[in-house]
Design a protein around this ligand. Sequence first.
Ligand SMILES: [Zn+2]
Length: 110
Amino acid sequence: MAVSDFKDLLTHVGHKVVVVTYGDPPVNVAVECEDCCEVLVDFDREEPKALKIYDVHFQLNGFIKVEANNEEEARQVVNDIINDRIDNIERVLHTGLKDDDYTTDVIETD
Ligand SMILES: [Zn+2]
């Protein structure tokens, strides 16, 4: 029976108290009173919880203003810019992104 308050522990004053482990490797450690053959406090080893696996989907959005002769050229300019930087992006994100067509909408503004 473990101690749970002042009075419980007070009864062991002057007794031989030891710290022992159970199991090899230890699965429990206890503070015990040898005189009373009583466990004063003990703890079981906590097993690390297995991590869960999640697929987290994401998308990257943004826009770049570019000068071009037409929408196709504007799209190609931006694809080229992203292609130049995709290695750095992949070093951070590890998405496995391989498609080289990154643009979606091309909108003429002026
Ligand atoms: Zn005792």
